[in-house]
Design a protein around this ligand. Structure first.
Ligand code: ADP
Ligand code: MG
Length: 747
């Protein structure tokens, strides 16, 4: 590997390095740690597991548990994962500028200089800086000063007479040019160092970019000698030739240590394609597998009498007339249910668009076909709310249902479980725990998952267990606005329905973006409304003062109760309160007693208090646009005029939020959000284990995605079970990630 700048560009963490080295050397094969269960699945499928792909990086490189825990936080478990922790940028350490030319460089500019150390001085300081090294550098053209702050170890590296390459920010003092050094490298006598591109990695607390660079270099060295290095190549050779891609091993070396920007971009081109391709392959395979599965038989819904009976039941149950969008979506669902393979449909509809009524329609159809339904919400509070609404509508129509949550009394719970197993209940509403606990159904035919856009493979497997040999029809509902094209392409095994119309009579929420100076006026506006009997949310980004620069809920509640909102009933709600405390606060607010609720984003999803008409968000710049849109969805739930007021410090922050004032359309906002943030955190999927891209950017790289998807579909069409020799490593890789897939391969 060419001279690697990071090696001799020590950063403060250098003190940890001997320790890290030691742990690398202690690579004694200890008990395997967190080997993915799939490794055995792959073995069962007749292919030996590849350590690069399946074994934990801890085991392969002999890392300490502390380091592994930190790596896991970055999603790195295998060597393969570690090599796919890509730099998000490079620092260009190529090309030193002659010192004489620095005079024309602007103050604060980052520059590279190479020179000989003429003199140097090391100081120990009191206070946080601790140490300062000042050196005078000379090259053929002139002299300058280089300064290292807070790095006592530099004293033992830097001596007069050495050639040194430094990078840092320029200052101009009376004494001439001076540089605050951020990187440096001692150039050995006779070495022709011309600088290179230094990778900068996404870091985590406790692991700096520098530490990661070291680990990645160790991993690259390991792989260079690994007998199973070929398993890194996941793209079939014909495909690689056809698309003009370099090989995986080359790409990994180049992305981490490019000699030129061209190398980095060639590597990136291939690796971005690969990320999309893997996702698309998995989706195509899931779809292919699903179409081979049997579904509960709902074909009786094709009978005109039954279809009509369902319609009438629904009409009588709902206290309103369905919108055209709702009717269209219900029809799409009916078509799905009549097919022999299980429905897998994502229903998107903005907050308040009436998704629950659509779910009710599906539940009615399931009951008409003689099947039970399970309705799952993300929290117990929402489950209770939805259960009351669904049974309020469907109970009078003759459907029998119950709420199943953890807080039930034992005897009640047992009775419900018995009824479910006996087939005496048509509907059970609860949290996702319904899937994991020993809840048995007589004839589960339909699963509805509310407020979730990603439903894990594991949960799907659990669902399958619940309904015997068949896979129940699944309806996933979300308000998280994922632009439709993205939804269809990412969740390629999901069909997407869209409610693009709000129930009549709603008034759009009026949104204002204001800077900090307007806060007193805004608070007075909120007070005035509260005095007239309206209710308001005040959202803060932090719970308490641990993040000092921000408005915190606890602090604001204390201050505002004494000042702007003195004499008004003010509630406080945040995530660190117990379930019971939260319930209590929510009940008072829902009942209309509390006029103003000061809260963190715990109220983001699902909370339904129609009388609330003001949403005030402090430090709004701290939230993503999609999140602000969700928060705004808490108001405007009745026919009264509602307001959303976003306060940010000013300038750029205010500008970024303007799109909120321009549109109430969740899709437009999501596109904008995606454009600003990239797709790595698409609609919060990062927390939910959804698709994540380490390198790819869904908006910028969208054409690559479309191409990768088309190619993946061709591959699966030609070789559905990936049995061709050219697909061998790909099949092994997928098996290692998804035990269910291994099952399919071997069966
Ligand atoms: P979502 O879950 O999509 O956010 P909900 O299903 O909770 O929305 O419905 C929001 C509100 O709109 C509820 O109070 C519901 O009763 C009402 N609603 C739903 N559909 C209609 C309709 N077609 N006409 C009038 N009101 C409706
Ligand atoms: Mg809802």
């Amino acid at each position: 590997m060419p001279g690697y700048a990071g090696e001799a560009f020590p950063r403060p963490s250098v003190k940890n390095l001997p320790a890290m080295k030691r742990t690398v050397r202690q690579a004694a094969p200890t008990t395997p740690r967190r080997v993915r269960p799939a490794a055995t699945a792959a073995a069962a499928a007749g292919t030996p597991p590849s350590p690069i792909l399946t074994q934990s990086v801890a085991e392969v490189l002999g890392l300490r548990p502390r380091v592994c825990a930190l790596l896991e936080r970055l999603g790195i478990i295998t060597v393969h994962d570690l090599l796919r922790h890509f730099p998000h940028r490079y620092e260009d350490l190529r090309g030193a500028i002659p010192i004489a030319q620095l005079r024309s460089a602007p103050h604060g500019e980052e520059v590279n200089v190479m020179g000989e150390i003429v003199r140097c001085e090391h100081l120990r300081l009191r206070g946080p800086v601790r140490a300062k090294t000042t050196a005078v550098l000379r090259d053929g053209s002139g002299e300058m000063q280089a300064v290292w702050f807070g790095r006592p170890y530099v004293a033992s590296h830097v001596h007069p007479g050495l050639q040194v390459f430094v990078r840092g920010r320029l200052n101009f003092t009376l004494a001439g040019a001076s540089m605050n050094v951020t990187r440096y490298r001692i150039v050995k006598p006779g070495e022709s160092y011309r600088g290179d591109l230094l990778p900068v990695y996404p870091q985590t607390a406790g692991l700096t970019s520098y530490d990661l660079g070291r680990l990645i270099r160790t991993a690259l060295r390991y792989v260079a000698q690994a007998p199973d290095r070929a398993s890194l190549e996941l793209l079939p050779a014909p495909l690689r030739r056809q698309e003009g891609f370099i090989e995986a091993w080359q790409a990994l070396q180049w992305i981490h240590h490019p000699a030129t920007p061209e190398q980095a971009s060639r590597a990136r081109r291939r690796l971005v394609f690969e990320e999309f391709f893997l996702l698309a392959i998995e989706a195509s395979r899931r779809r292919a597998r699903r179409s081979r599965q049997a579904a509960p038989d709902f074909s009786i819904l094709r009978t005109p009498q039954v279809a009509q009976a369902c319609e009438e039941t629904l009409k009588r149950a709902l206290p309103f007339v369905l919108t055209r969008a709702q009717q269209r979506v219900i029809e799409e669902i009916r078509e799905d249910l009549c097919r022999p393979s299980p429905m897998n449909r994502l229903l998107q509809g903005d907050v308040g668009s009436g998704k629950t009524a659509v779910a009710a329609a599906a539940i009615v159809m399931a009951a008409a076909a003689g099947y039970q339904s399970a309705f799952m919400a993300p929290t117990e509070v929402l489950a209770a709310q939805q259960c009351a609404r669904l049974l309020g509508m469907l109970g009078p129509a003759g459907l029998r249902g119950a709420l199943l949550v953890g807080s039930l009394r034992r005897s009640t719970r047992d009775a419900i479980l018995r009824q479910l197993r006996a087939g005496d209940l048509d509907l059970v509403v609860g949290t996702h725990a319904i899937l994991t606990e020993d809840v048995g159904f007589a004839r589960l035919g339909l699963a509805v998952i509310d407020e979730q856009h990603r439903f894990g493979v594991m949960q799907r497997a659990a669902l399958r267990m619940k309904s015997g040999p068949t896979m129940p029809h699944t309806l996933i509902m979300t308000a998280t606005p994922i632009p439709r094209t993205l939804a269809q392409t990412i969740y390629a095994d999901l069909d997407v329905s869209l409610i693009d119309e709000l129930p009549p009579g709603r008034r759009p929420v009026k949104t204002y973006v204001r800077d900090e100076t307007a806060k007193p006026k805004v608070l007075a506006f909120v007070r005035q409304h509260a005095e007239q009997g309206h209710q308001a949310f005040v959202i803060c980004p932090a719970i308490d003062e641990s993040e000092r620069a921000l408005h915190s809920a606890v602090e604001q509640a204390r201050v505002l109760r004494e000042t702007a909102f003195a004499g008004l009933p003010v509630g406080l709600l945040h995530g660190r309160m117990t379930g019971r405390q939260k319930d209590e606060v929510m009940k008072l607010f829902a009942a209309g007693y509390t006029k103003i609720l000061i809260a963190t984003t715990v109220v983001e999803v699902g909370v339904d208090v129609p009388n609330a008409s003001i949403m005030l968000v402090l430090d709004a710049h701290r939230f993503g646009l999609a999140q602000l849109h969700q928060l705004r969805g808490r108001v405007g739930r009745s026919t009264q005029q509602s307001y959303c007021i976003l306060i940010a410090p000013g300038g750029d922050e205010v500008e970024r939020l303007r799109v909120m004032a321009r549109t109430n359309d969740g899709f437009v906002i999501a596109e904008e959000d995606l454009r600003l943030r990239g797709s790595g955190d698409l609609a919060g999927t990062r927390q939910h284990g959804g698709p994540q891209f380490r390198l790819a950017h869904l908006v910028r790289d969208f054409p690559v995605f479309v191409r990768a998807k088309r190619v993946a579909e061709q591959v699966i069409a030609r070789d559905p079970d990936l049995r061709l020799p050219e697909h061998e490593t790909l099949a092994r890789y997928l098996a290692a990630r998804d035990p269910a897939a291994a099952f399919v391969i071997s069966s």
